[in-house]
Design a protein around this ligand. Structure first.
Ligand SMILES: [Zn+2]
Length: 80
């Protein structure tokens, strides 16, 4: 289930924050206590997710942004 959020080229890390699963830039793995900007432009503090937290709904804005980034990566790969 979680695999669908991580296509071949990793474009985002997903972390549940306050009941919503947000996307984070793939450049650095998130760790609990860290302040990060989400793909939808919110600054959040990363928490240690529980099994229940992973069932949180995905942030639609982050999802669209992650999809756009993945498509861009794939377009780049096609062009080579
Ligand atoms: Zn978001």
């Amino acid at each position: 289930m979680r695999d669908m959020f991580q296509p071949a080229g990793l474009v985002a890390y997903w972390r549940p924050v306050d009941g919503v699963r947000h996307g984070l830039s793939h450049t650095e793995p998130p760790y609990p206590g860290q302040e990060r900007e989400t793909l939808c432009g919110t600054t959040v503090t990363i928490m240690m997710p529980t099994e229940l937290d992973w069932l949180s709904p995905t942030c639609a804005t982050c999802w669209d942004e992650a999809r756009a980034r993945r498509d861009a990566v794939e377009r780049e790969a096609d062009a080579q």
